[in-house]
Design a protein around this ligand. Sequence first.
Ligand code: NAD
Length: 358
Amino acid sequence: MKGDHTMREGQELMVITGAGGFIGGALARYFHDRGHMRIRAVDKKPLSEWYQRVPGVQNLCLDLSREENCIRVCEGATEVYNLAADMGGMGFIERFRVECLRSILINTHMIEAACRAGVERYFFSSSACAYNTELQKDPQPRALRESDAYPAMAERGYGWEKLLSEIFCQEYWAERGLKTFIARFHNVYGPHGTWDGGREKAPAAISRKVIQAKYTGSNEIRIWGDGTQTRSYMYIDDCTKGIDTIVHCDELIATPINLGSSEFVSVDDLVSIVEAIADVQLRRHYEPDAPKGVAGRNSDNTMIKRILGWEPHTPLRDGLHKTYAWIETQYLNQKAGAQVAEETEQRALATSSLGHAR
Ligand code: NAD
C-alpha cells in the first residue's frame, strides 16, 4: 500500500485537534499505538468529557476558534491534524447552521499558525457534505467522484464551511508552500463516538434506539425519514488508517480525496442489520418531517484505489457488531448509574422524612 508512513521514528511533535471527540480521539490512540511518543491532543471540551484519553499524550483544553490558542498549540509541531469542528448528525447540522459555519474560524487560525510555525504536513477533515446537493436527490444516486464538488452547491452551513476550508488548504500550498492534505469523510462510525444527546449520527442513533427498545420491551423504533435514504458508512479503523496514509502521500498534496466506504445501504437496511445483531424485530414508525439530509450518497473510490492501492473495507456488519456492543455497555452503565442515583435520592428522602417524623 502506497503512502504508508515510514519516515518518522515517533519523535516529532504531532498535534491533533478535536482530540476529545470521536475521530480525533481514535487518531491519537492510533498514532500512540504505533509508537509516536510526542502527541499533543487539543479540544475545547473539559477533559472529563473527552471520549478517549490516551496515556502519555499531552492533553490541552483550548478553544481553537481563538488565534492565540492556535499559535500556542502549533509551536514546535511537525504535523497537524485538524479534526476540531462544531458538528453532529443531520439533526444538528440542519438546526445549527451558524455553529457549523463558525468552525471556519478554527481552520483559518490553525492553518495560518501551522504555516508560521513551519509545520511540514497539515491535514484537514472535510466531508461528503461538501458535494453538490443537486447530485444527491435520488436514493439510488451515482457514487460521488472528487470532481463532483463543483459547480458548488454544498450542504447549507456545514458543507459550505468544509468547501471553503478546503480552498484555504489548497491556496496555502499554492502560495505559501505548506503541504496540506484533505480527506472528504463519508459517515464515520464506531465505538467511542457520540451515541446520544442530539449530535449522534445514524449508525449510533439506530443502535441506541434498538437497544432501548430491547431493554424497555417497547418493541418499537422511530426512524427519521421514510427509511429509503441511502448512505455508506466507514468504520473508524479504516478512517484512522486512511488519514495516516493520505497525509504521507505527496501525490495527494492539496488534493481533496474521498475517504469512505463504498458499501451502500438504505436506512431501513441499517435498521435490519442492527436488529439482527440485537436479535429483535421491531415495529417501525417513520417520521417523514424529521431531519434526513440528502436522499442518497455514496463514495466513488476510484481515486483512492488508484493512488493508494487501498480503500476502506471493513464490512458494515462487522463494524456495527463492535459499535453495537460498545453502545450497549454505555447504555447499561448509564442505566445502572441512574438507578443508583434514584436509590440514593429515595434513601435521602426517607431519612429526611424520618427526621421530620421524629
Ligand atoms: P466530534 O464532534 O466527535 O469531534 C469534534 C471535536 O471538536 C469535539 O470534541 C469538539 O469539542 C471539538 N471542537 C469543536 N469546536 C472546537 C474549538 N473551537 N476548539 C477546540 N475544539 C473544538 O466529531 P467527529 O465525528 O470526531 O469529527 C471530526 C472531524 O471530522 C470534524 O471536522 C467533522 O466535521 C469531520 N467529519 C466527521 C464525519 C463523521 O461521520 N463523524 C463525517 C464527515 C466529516
